[in-house]
Design a protein. Sequence first.
Length: 270
Amino acid sequence: MKDVLTAPFMVEMIRTATNMYAHGWDERNGGNISLMLEENEVREYLDPEKALRTIPTGFAAPELEGKYFLVTGTGKYFKNVQYAPEVNLGIVRLKDRGQQADLLWGYADGGQFTSEFPAHMMSHAARLKVNPENRVVMHCHPANLLAMTYVHDLDEKQFTRTLWQMCTECIVVFPEGVNVLPWMLCGTNEIGEATAEKMKTARLVVWSQHGIYGAGKDLDETFGLIETAEKAAEIYMKIAHLPRVNTITDDQMHLLEKRFGVKAREGWLD
Ligand code: 2HA
Ligand code: ZN
């Protein structure tokens, strides 16, 4: 059996958490990541029959029964992931209709997966229905997106249109736009269900006055989605208090759609 710390998925996870911390998106224990793994890649490193312990999830997700996830730990700091991956990360396999998880590796101090596990798992289930290639759900607290939820209309169409107008690339990177949830209590099944509902129509879901969720086929794509939205929000926060003399027009957005072969969310452009 090979050392799981050398697995490409592990190396990429550690690099991503470290990079997110470096971007200032994950202060203290802020943020969490879950990466779905294939059984054959797990088997190179771990025996799936050897569970260290079993952790109840507190929800049901029958679609995810038998699925493997590499997940950040509750209360753990992204800053520390690279120094002690086996304490700050864990590999679990869901069983009993997703109501329990066998821990196969990690959470070495007796810990468990992120408090946002419901939102992660429900979002995986929702995204897999839209795109069977989806593997990642990522949550973090980027300052400018957060700031924007204090000063901008939270209507999804208006919020998205503003982001699209802030950088030419935005409509190309997230043509489906961003969905927005009002402030809700985090760590609950309720916010998990609400997030998953929003994930049916977009890979980005803003949690007002809290942060953002992203989903994608790999860690790079998901990081890049959040990075692009956060860049747009940064520009908005630089200009929001100034007179807007120029913008990207809807006609120009349509040129981008044609040039890059993307289609903006139905009805969100004039
Ligand atoms: O786990 O980000 O939303 C820390 C959080 C909760
Ligand atoms: Zn959070």
